[in-house]
Design a protein around this ligand. Structure first.
Ligand code: BTN
Length: 239
């Protein structure tokens, strides 16, 4: 089921509210033209010019996943977005850990997964996806869109359908237990894989080589021949 709202606060918030009040079927998609209070990661706002970009959330009930496996929902969403975008922009579409979608040095899409735990598993999940599509100017120089990358405007609903189709494919893989395959696919698309970058953790700054993510979604960095693993709150990229 797909619903379009010309405007709402946030498609994630709207679905989170609805699952408290009514029974939604898994796969329910809420798509909007404009969010008054779009949410990004780490409490940031997600801003978008009305009518120009793709803003939607999808409801999932991944009861096979433990809370610590929530990162896999980010992974499958990132893979789905890359698959749908790559033919439209370029094969330079990559995933910046944990789940930003980049074209070269610029962010084209963001993902916000919110989960509800019940009986020790993820009972409900709302996967919110924002893709910059037909917007041609951004307040941030680090943002881009399909139009800016390709010079071509894109039909929002067609792109939405393609992302959902890809997401279904990866969700089935996830439910079949193919975590290894998903992590492998993620690593192939991972921005800066194999490169040395600077980071900050709670002890200070350091340089290290990005060697992948582990099976709990942590970033794996080799520094002074020691392999260290970080979850998203424990490390920041300096460049
Ligand atoms: C990020 O900070 O990169 C995540 C951005 C997620 C934005 C999408 S837009 C649709 C859905 N509704 C929201 O309020 N946020 C997500």
């Amino acid at each position: 089921m797909l619903e379009f709202l010309p405007e709402c606060h946030s498609t994630n918030e709207e679905l989170l509210l609805r699952i408290r009040l009514e029974t939604l079927n898994e796969g329910y998609v809420l798509h909007t033209g404009h969010q008054i209070a779009g949410k990004g990661q780490r409490g940031n706002a997600w801003l978008s010019e009305p009518g120009k970009n793709l803003l939607f959330s999808i409801y999932l009930t991944p009861k096979v996943l433990l809370p610590k496996q929530a990162y896999l929902l980010n992974i499958i969403s990132g893979l789905a977005v890359v698959d749908a975008l790559a033919p439209r922009v370029s094969d330079k579409v990559e995933l910046k850990w944990p789940n930003d979608v980049y074209v070269g040095d610029k962010k084209i899409s963001g993902i916000l997964v919110e989960t509800m735990i019940e009986g020790g598993v993820i009972a409900d999940a709302v996967v919110g996806i924002g893709v910059n599509v037909n917007q041609s100017h951004f307040p941030l120089a680090t943002a881009t869109s399909i139009l800016m990358e390709s010079g071509v405007t894109c039909e929002l609903e067609e792109l939405l359908e393609q992302i959902i189709q890809q997401l279904e494919k990866y969700y089935l893989k996830l439910k079949s237990g193919d975590t290894r395959g998903l992590l492998g696919a993620y690593y192939k698309l991972m921005r800066w894989r194999g490169e040395i970058h600077s980071f900050r953790d709670k002890e200070g700054t350091f340089d290290g080589e990005i060697i992948g993510i582990d099976d709990t979604g942590r970033l794996t960095v080799k520094t002074n021949n020691i392999v260290r693993r970080f979850d998203v709150k424990e490390i920041a990229f300096l460049y």
